[in-house]
Design a binder for this molecule. Structure first.
Ligand SMILES: [Zn+2]
Length: 186
């Protein structure tokens, strides 16, 4: 499992004014067009560049690979409730049997019993488990999730995200992405 990033688009990693990524999930990336626009609007500082450059008759510029906002944006404490983030919270494993294959979602309290589509009631499940549980309550199905469904913090997802790195990480991004990872004692 890797997170798809299209390297051919030369995306710029966007950092907040404190030099941390604006967002981890999804990773804050801008197209090179948006990054250059922000440079000209004086909203960002360029911290690193690609070798690739764009040219016009009057100027030439290397594409930014890391930019930093000039104004701090207060990050949201809670990540967005998305399919990807539910999988990431559950480490891409069925919460009933542990399988990493054929994943879908299960409402712990079934929708037919009034269960809501929220962080607290949706978990990662493989299709066979999902089918087996059907519209039953956990007690009646005899199926209980390994961990209760919960609303994760950005920190929780960041920890899990290290297990599933993006498929493309420009070398200039590494200093900013894993700044808090443990240092190798050598
Ligand atoms: Zn399963």
């Amino acid at each position: 499992m890797t997170i798809a990033v299209q390297s051919t688009l030369s995306p710029a990693l966007v950092l907040n004014a404190d030099f941390r990524p604006l967002s981890y999930y999804p990773l804050s990336l801008w197209s090179w067009q948006d990054a250059i626009k922000a440079v000209f609007l004086d909203r960002v500082t360029i911290l690193a560049e690609y070798d690739r450059a764009v040219h016009s008759p009057s100027f030439s510029m290397r594409l930014p690979s890391v930019v930093c906002l000039k104004t701090y944006i207060r990050p949201s404490r809670h990540p967005a409730f998305t399919r990807f983030n539910v999988f990431l919270r559950d480490r891409f494993q069925c919460q009933y049997c542990g399988s990493p294959h054929d994943l879908t979602f299960d409402h712990v309290i079934p929708r037919s019993r009034g269960g809501l589509t929220t962080w607290e009631n949706v978990i990662t499940a493989c299709s066979p488990c999902n089918l087996r549980k059907g519209g039953l309550m956990p007690k009646h199905a005899g199926m209980h999730p390994h961990q209760p469904a919960y609303q994760p913090t950005v920190h929780d997802l960041h920890n899990n995200g290290r297990l599933f790195p993006p498929n493309f990480l420009h070398e200039s991004w590494l200093d900013y992405l894993y700044w808090d990872s443990e240092l190798d004692p050598e």
